[in-house]
Design a protein around this ligand. Sequence first.
Ligand code: TXA
Ligand code: MG
Length: 327
Amino acid sequence: MGIKVANTDSIAEAGEILKSGGLVGMPTETVYGLAGSALDGEAVARIFEAKGRPSFNPLIIHVPDLSSAAAFVEISDEARAVAHAFWPGPMTLILPRKSGCDVSELASAGLDTLAIRVPSHPVARELLKTCGVPVAAPSANKSGSLSPTTPAHVHDSLGPSVDLILAAGACDVGLESTVLDLSEDVPVILRPGAVTAEQLSDVLGLDVRYASANADVPKSPGMLLKHYAPDLPVRLNAIDLEEGEALLAFGSDRFMAVKGGGPASGLPDDWRRNLSEVRDLHEAAANLFAMLKELDQSGAKGIAIMALPETGIGAAINDRLRRAAQR
Ligand code: TXA
Ligand code: MG
């Protein structure tokens, strides 16, 4: 771990770290981000673990330009207009994921939309161009503490869980980007930021509001978050299978059996997934949403899930599983 002044060499080094699954403290014009490759589920799992957040919120994906964004999300006319007006800059758009989009399901918490932005900070821009992968980056602080606007904040908050911090002084804006949801019929601001409702209204030619039951009051983003939920009923802490259930295992499923039937190993391939045979919670987090989605489409009548430990990132996995089980 270290802090290095951002220059051509340290940015190249940071690019290699991102490509090989490591984490980088990345300066942006808003706040410092905790950056990891959005294509690498285990890197994304490490981001959540470093932040110490006991749940998975979808993360913002950072790309160098609009044409890179178009590889991952559907760009509507509205999105193009907002992008032309405010990218690069402190503006995040929620857009539908493109089919075949290879961004980790964990990065978007299983949602069929993606939050994407093109930052304007020269160091972030150079890093994104150099590394060539889309970068997931929440603010580089422990969950619940203030957003980091200096390299020292990042170091103090996250310390050894970051492989390299690129130091580029204090952030200009000091407040996270505006988040605009363009995935629904009506554009809605999910998080206020430097780009204002008035500016967005001008560009789109309509009255853009904050997402809130009673119009103009900004709400905290957490309250607005949609959660991925499987269609099938989910049963937690399963120690055996009901007839017709698919299995989401963790560790060995050698002793799992279908009630009144044979062992789990006799289930159809499509009905059987293992979050991590070696009980690695990072691997489990990286697989969580993709495997839930696959089992949800298996044609089974329910999903039985083995218990996972509540330690480390296991708490966030269990949080999501409990939500899935509640429906
Ligand atoms: O300024 C910023 O945006 C900073 C810098 C590092 O770029 N990043 C940042 O990321 O603030 P994060 O992960 O702390 O904030 C992500 C926000 C949350 O409010 C989250 O709820 C929302 O974006 N979000 C992400 N994906 C979403 C989705 N698919 N639908 C709705 N909201 C989403
Ligand atoms: Mg944050």
